[in-house]
Every structure is written in C-alpha cells, then in structure tokens.
Write a protein that binds this ligand. Structure first.
Ligand code: NAP
Length: 413
C-alpha cells in the first residue's frame, strides 16, 4: 500500500564548512537558526525557507539541503552532534512516499532558490558597482593554503593594555588573491574542548590587493591578543593567541578568502567614509593604502576616517596614520580613556564634523564603511540620524538608498 507522505526540503548547515561567524543567526527573521559551542543548526519547525540567510554566508555552509519525509526531519539535538552532514537518504527507504508529493515539492523549491540567488539581495548589501571581482572559497578546511609568517610586529606601545599585532603572511607559490575588505580564515592547530579541530577564525586583510609589500605574494592581518571576553571575564582567545605568538618562518593553515560585499569602489572620484574602532581598522588600512599607492589625487575622491581607540598608545597604526598628508585623508581620532580627559567616541566626532559628513552623504560617489565593535553601530546610527535631521535629511531613507546602491557596508563583532 502507498501512503502519501509530505516530503520537505530540510534546510541544514554543513558543520565541516561553517566558520561560526553568526551571520546566519543574525540574519534569520524567524529565529530558526541557533548554535551551541560546537554547531550552528536550523530548526525545521521554524524555518520558513525565506532564504534571507543564504547570500550573506561567507562560506556557503548555509546552502545545505536534504529532502526528508517531514516527520523524520533531523531534530536540533541530532544536528548539534554532527561533525559532517549526513548523506541524502533514499526516500523510498525512509518513508513510503506518494509519487505526486515528491514531484510537486521539489521543482518549486529549486526555482525559488534560483530566484533568490540571482536577486543577490538575500540580506547582504551588494558591493560597490565599480568593485573588482573578488575570489572566494579558493581554499577550504580539507585543503588549506599554507602560508609562512614573514613578520609579526607589535603595534601597540609596550605598556599599553592591549597587545595588537601586525602579522605578515607569505603565500609563496600559492595563488591567494584578496581584495581590500575581504577576510581570510585561520585554522589554529590543536583540538577544542570536544576533542574536535578548532573551527575557523576570520580576520580582515589589512593590506591592499598587491600585497603588504607591493608585488609580493603576501598579506597582513591586524590581530589583538584576546585575554578577556566582552563581559571582561578572563579567557584566552584560541586563534588570536596562536597568531600573536607566531615567529618568523612558522607555517599557518589559511582558508578563504571570503567576502563579496565589503569591497572598495574603483572608479575615479569615489569617496570613502570610514568609521572604525580598534582592530576594526584592518580593512580601512587596506583601502587607505590602496588609495595611497594608486596615488592619482586629481582623479580620486575624498577619504574621511573616524577611528576610535582607548588611547593613542592603543591605536593600531597610529604613527603611520598621523604622517599621512591632510590633503590625502581627513583623519578624526577619538580616544576614550585618556586620563583627565572626557571619553570620546567616533559618534561624538561624527556629530562634531556634521557639515562635512552630510556633504559626503549627499554625494552619490560616497561609500560608507563601518568596522569594529558591535556596540558602536547603535551610537553611529544615532549620530547619523541626528546630523541628517539637523540638515534636512531623513537618515533612514538615506541609509536605505546607500544599502541598495552598495554604498553602505558594516562588519562588526
Ligand atoms: P577596543 O580596544 O575594545 O575599543 C576600541 C574603542 O572603541 C575604545 O575607545 C572603546 O571605548 C570604543 N568603544 C567601546 N564601545 C563603543 C561604542 N558603543 N561606540 C563607540 N565606541 C565604542 O576594541 P577592540 O578590542 O580592538 O575591538 C575591535 C572589534 O573589531 C572587535 O570586536 C573585533 O572582533 C572587530 N574586528 C576585528 C577585525 C580584525 O581583522 N582584527 C576585523 C573586523 C572587526 P571604551 O574605552 O569605552 O572601551
């Protein structure tokens, strides 16, 4: 006897590829995605197949599907234990299926997926129209690129509270093309508390596309040694401590590159409005250095930077930054912990430069980048709303336009 059974297209996350960046969980409008210390998982009962999470995922781990009899969908508890995705079950073994159900369910879903990927707007901003083509996912965890450390320099003063390092990785003969704004994944050696290999940690590339040293096959990272979590509890960051302790000549397993959105425009006259805190300065350094090396001031647009750190001694690249000519870049530094001085944040300086910032916002050639601490997003958003309303603009409308046109890019953690 044949029983009609509903076949569902179950949305899953591939634990082998997932880099645990939390983007999918943040994007999901119905809270169907959750995680524990090991895996990110999708609740089949909540997922509405809106596909909003598909496009923002840097690795494609999110784009995993299995056709399942609805009543046999993989429960969360089972997904949380996976080290790899199970294969596709043979449906006629898993359930007695009414032939019409399978035929009706699948083509429609396939079509919906195609529609979403061609729209390319599933929750992630498009790149600037003139951005160069980014290469992504060239190396995965099963076949990482092996880079050699060619430098590891402390950027912060010896007596500063944070140890921030500029780490240069050389790829030798391996092809590892990156653009400013892209990230790479680091595989720290060793095992986690579950006896599994550590998952991938992402870092923004801090050097321009032609290398930390021009025409060398290398790149740089800006890494802060993590010694406490966001609540101030003592923890030892696995990848950051591994990276900060590397010596010249050490080998590092690298995956990626990742990122197709947070990219810089390449057309003449484009302005960069960059806002960052701490090590969120990495992509801003890459973009600024790209512009500096290209150096065709008559053609290039404006560069305006708002950069927040605890003190000057804690600000990565403080020395080189302050030596850049004023006509090349308009630098605004906010220090929050200078003894005897009031706390200053990037959003305070944005308010202070309202007229110039609004002028840039009104220019259709302006591209806005925000990178660093998650907490600054709200403050910066309020500052933009404030200065816009004082100048006859509606920030929400301006922001929506910027997003749609690939002119507003945020990377905060
Ligand atoms: P940090 O030193 O802790 O803070 C930098 C500055 O931001 C300090 O002046 C701090 O002020 C200020 N700040 C704190 N909360 C703020 C808020 N709500 N609004 C505005 N400013 C605020 O920064 P960090 O440890 O370097 O953190 C940088 C972040 O960038 C991390 O979350 C990291 O994951 C992320 N990131 C790193 C990379 C990379 O490649 N390394 C790339 C992208 C993003 P207080 O004195 O009040 O603390």
């Amino acid at each position: 006897m044949t029983t009609a059974t509903t076949i569902m297209r179950q949305h899953l996350i591939d634990p082998e590829i997932c880099i645990r960046c939390n983007t999918c969980e943040e994007t999901c409008p119905v809270d169907a995605i959750s995680h524990d210390s090991r895996n990110y998982v999708v609740d089949a009962a909540k997922c509405k197949l809106c596909y909003n999470c598909i496009s923002p995922c840097p690795t494609g781990a999110i784009d995993s599907w299995r056709n399942m009899p609805a009543e046999k969908a993989y429960p969360l508890a089972e997904q949380l234990l996976w080290d790899s995705l199970p294969g596709q079950v043979a449906l006629d073994e898993a359930a007695e299926v009414g032939a019409g159900d399978t035929a009706a369910a699948l083509p429609d879903d396939v079509e919906r997926i195609a529609a979403v990927s061609t729209a390319g707007q599933g929750g992630v901003a498009p790149p600037p129209w003139s951005a160069a083509h980014p290469y992504v996912n060239l190396y995965g965890i099963h076949a990482p690129a092996v880079a050699t450390v060619s430098g590891n320099f402390r950027l912060t003063a010896e007596d500063a509270s944070s140890d921030i390092r500029h780490i240069v990785l050389d790829f030798g003969n391996a092809s590892f093309p990156v653009l400013e704004g892209q990230t790479i994944g680091i595989l720290a050696p060793g095992l986690d508390a579950h006896g599994k290999p550590h998952h991938v940690r992402l870092y923004s590339v801090a050097s321009p596309r032609d290398g930390e040293r021009p025409r060398y096959n290398n790149l740089s990272l800006t890494v802060k040694r993590v010694t406490a979590d966001h609540e101030g509890n003592a923890v030892s960051g696995v990848a950051s401590n591994y990276l900060c302790d590397l010596k010249k000549g050490d080998k590092v397993n690298v995956v990626g590159p990742y990122g197709t959105s947070f990219l810089m425009p390449n057309h003449p006259g484009s302005n960069l409005l960059m806002i960052c805190t701490g090590t969120g300065s990495a992509p801003m350094r890459a973009m600024t250095e790209r512009r500096r090396r290209k150096s065709a001031p008559a053609e290039d647009g404006k560069l305006m930077l708002f950069f927040g750190a605890r003190t000057a001694a804690e600000l990565p690249y403080f020395g080189p930054l302050t030596r850049l000519p004023k006509e090349f870049i308009d630098i605004n530094l906010a220090f929050s912990r200078v003894p005897g001085q009031p706390r200053q944040y990037v959003q305070d300086l944005i308010r202070g430069r309202a007229e110039d910032v609004v002028r840039l916002l009104k220019d259709e050639n302006t591209y806005l980048y925000l990178c660093g601490l998650k907490g600054m997003e709200k403050g910066v958003d309020e500052a933009f709303a404030d200065i816009c309303s004082r100048n006859g603009l509606d920030w929400k409308a301006v922001q929506a336009g910027l997003l749609q046109q690939g002119r507003y890019h945020v990377e905060t953690y």
